[in-house]
Each structure stands twice: as structure tokens, then as C-alpha cells.
Design a protein around this ligand. Sequence first.
Ligand code: NOJ
Length: 530
Amino acid sequence: MTAWWRDAVGYEVYVRSFADADGDGVGDLPGIVARLDHLADLGVDIVWVTPFYPSPMLDHGYDVADYTDVAAELGSLADADALVAGAHDRGMRLLVDLVPNHSSSEHPWFRSARRGRDDPYRDYYVWRDPAPDGGPPNNWRSHFGGPAWTLDETSGQYWLHLFLPEQPDLNWANPAVHDEFEAILRFWLERGADGFRIDVAHSLVKHPDLPDDPLAVVSDEYEAGVTADDFEALEHRYDLDQPGVVDVYRRWRGIADEFGAVLIGEVYILEAGGLDRYLTAEGLHLAFWFAPLHRVWDPAALRAVLREGTDLAQRVDGGVGWVQGSHDVSRAVARYGGGQVGRERALAFGVLLSLLPGTPFLYQGEELGVDDPVIRPEDAQDPIAARNGAYDKGRDVARTPMPWAPGPGLGFTSAPRAWLPFGDRRPEDTVAVQRADPASTLSAHRRLLAARRPLLPLPRDVAWLTDDGGVVAYRRGDVVVAANLGDDPEDVDLGAPGASVRFGTDRAREGSPAGPRVRLAPREAVILAS
Ligand code: NOJ
């Protein structure tokens, strides 16, 4: 039997910016429940909701103070139950975002651990004496910039944090930490969650000796000191992707499989070969393939990165989560040049992702083709920008409120202000306007996902039909998917003479015979099937 998550369509909800039910300017769980029909109508199967635990929100929920409760600002455990039930009623599954690499410094474990070297929770975290000169124990840097160590004045030891100082890394060499997380998995699975997105899933385990990381070869844009570029200055040989991390997932896999649940890892490794060992039959069910997010709009580069991800999907037991955006990166539309061209490019690329072997995920707002807004420095919330001064790297551009309807509050909130600026959305960016317009990006996504479903399952084999030029195309069984990623029209033989157009970014083509050769306008994409 095919696992339910294979070929499913995922959708990432950034909880603080999806829908605000209580009018405080921050999205919440009841807001998501009230908007579940949007996701069901779109054709979504799996809803991943970003962290909603109690948290000081210094990294907007990725700093967890209690793994088995809900932040009052975002709802209650009863609201989480209602969310699971609401998703299930509509035939969708719900994934909780699990953050096992670090907790918040406000977590009772860390508060206790800070009491002193003899505290029973001390060993839940990674502590080391200072280097001989009194400085940090090694050269590791935080993902957000600056040293990965902060001195605890009380005990005279440093604690490790690969993110903010207020996000201390948990010590995965301590079996008690394993036990705690296994109980946390069960807590949410018993409440009906269908699995987990695992935050920085290639992290957790560190080299036991904590050696210095070697220096990396860095780009010309590297700026030492204040920015997240600091992290790129090192080759992460000892702090990330350590051999033992997959042992953690072997144990979690057993638990997830008891419940028929899925584990999907944010394994941020940009060479596909590095993902194999995470995607064994005893490992993660799925891992996101992030390399496309790091390519410029160039047909050859994009073709290569799709092939690399496809090869991975074909050789591993697990599956590939295909993405072109998330709450951590500039929106695809903006990366591809912005405006109408950026929107058309993102849609065309999304069509290619939709039928590759694996599980395509949309990030909220992608179905609308929204662009990055301008975030003024004084409005910045993301710690990368607000605390480390790296305004050009701030992630707020991808996190502004979902535009549901024209007018003040965008149908997102009744409050005059939201936690982030609304982002100058136009009426035509909103769900309400796009739903009524058959030519909108939203309508295209609904048609795409509706056309895709009856074509599944497809054979795992993928034949790539073009090796150069602007058109990227592949065949799986009787289905051909093609997109012109170039800037000129192209005539191509897609080898599907008897096929008809099941989906077209130009909807006038749908239902018509494909013909022996297909002429694709720039940024046009089609799905053909016989
Ligand atoms: C990855 C998450 O997606 C990001 O938003 C967060 O800041 C880091 N992990 C740390 O948890």
C-alpha cells in the first residue's frame, strides 16, 4: 500500500501570520481553523503549522518554553485539538513543528540547569569551561551571527547555542533528552497529530570533543562580525550532520510508525548525497530538498537541481519534500525577479515540482503569487535583522500577514496593526479577489492540484525530455510535465502526440489535444496525459 504522505500536497502555515481570530494582530490556532476551507478547496492534503508552543517568541516560536502546551497568544490545547479535528474532517492531516535542537532559555529545564553545575538538568544542555584565555570553548558560530557560546556568570561555564543565546542547544548525548522527546512525540500523536516537521533535523548531535570547525571558503559578500554570514565562514564539520543524528530518528521512526504518522526533516544539506542516510527505511519518511531555493532563475541550473533531487527521490526509501519557499527565505516571486514575471516564473516552476516523485509543499501566500514587501528597519522583527543588524537578510519579507481580502487588516485581523507590517498588498493579491478571477494565480493553483490528483500514482521512473534550452520537461508513465523557463517561445517535441492538455498555465489550452510538437510561451507550463 502506498504511504499516505507519498504524492500528497503539503502546505506550510506560518501561524503568526495566517489568520488572527481574536483581534490582537497575531495569527492564532482558531484563525487557522476558520480558514481550513481555503486549504481544502486548494487541494491541500497535509497542513504543517509552525511552532505554537509557549515561548518568549524571540525567534517567533522556535524558542520553545514548553513542548506540550500552546502559547496563550496563539490559543489553547483545546484549540490545537480543534485544529486537528478540523483538518481531519476535511480529509487533511496535521503536522506539528518539533524543535529538538534547542529549547528556549525560559524552558524549566534550562532555568533549572542554570542553577549550577550540580543541577539535575545541567546535562540537558551543552556546557564547557572557557578556553585558556577565558574566551569561548571553540570557534563555533551561531546561525544568526556571533559566537555560538554565551558565558554563564554564575557557574563560569559557557553554554552552546547554534541560534540565539536564548535558544540553548539540548545535549543529545544525554539519554534523558531522548526520553523527554520520545514522550513529547507521543503526547502530540496521542492528541491526533499526523506527524512532525523536524526543525534543523541535521543538527541535534554534536561531535563529542567539540573541536574547532575548519574555515570555509567564503564568498566576496562575506561580512565578518555582525551578520549571519559569520556562520558561512566555517565548514560545519563538527557542529552539524554528525553520524549519530540518524540514531535519534531510528527511535522516532518506530514511534511514528505505531501511529501511521510521518516525520519530515528540515535537513538543510544542499548536496543531495548528504540526504541519503536520513532517508533510509528506518530513518525520516521525508526530507525537504532546499537546493532549488539557492539557484538563480536559470533554466540550466534549475534543470540540474531538479534532476539531482529526483535522483535522490528514486534511490532512497523515504521521499523528497519539494519546496520553492518557506518562512525563512525571500519569496520565490521576489527571488525570480519580482512582479508579474516573478509570479509567472514561480507558477511555472511550481508546475514542474507538482509531479516529480515526492511531496510538493506550498508556503502560505505562494498560491497567491505574493511578492516580498519592503520592511523598514524600524519594523523588523526577525532576530537576524532586529538583533544582528543584517537587514538585508531578515526573514520578515516572507512572514507578513496573509492577504485574505482587500481593506484594512486584509481580512487577517480586526486590529489596526499586525505584529509585522501588512506589506502594501494590492486588492488583486488577496484570496477574495483571486478566488473570483479564473485567470488568477490562486485559480491556477486550484486547477493544477485538481488536475494532478487523478493522474496519481505514477511510476517512480522519470525520463527527462530536454537537456538544454529553456524548456524543462519530464515524463512519468503517460504523463508529461513541461515548463518554459526561458525568455523566448520554444517549440518542443514532448513525445506525446496522442495526449491532451490536462493543465495549462494558459487555461485556454486545457482539454485540447497536445499535438506532435508543443509551442510554449515564456514561463508557460503544461501537464499532458494520454
Ligand atoms: C529553522 C526554522 O525554520 C527557523 O525559522 C528557525 O529560526 C531556526 N530553525 C531555529 O529554530
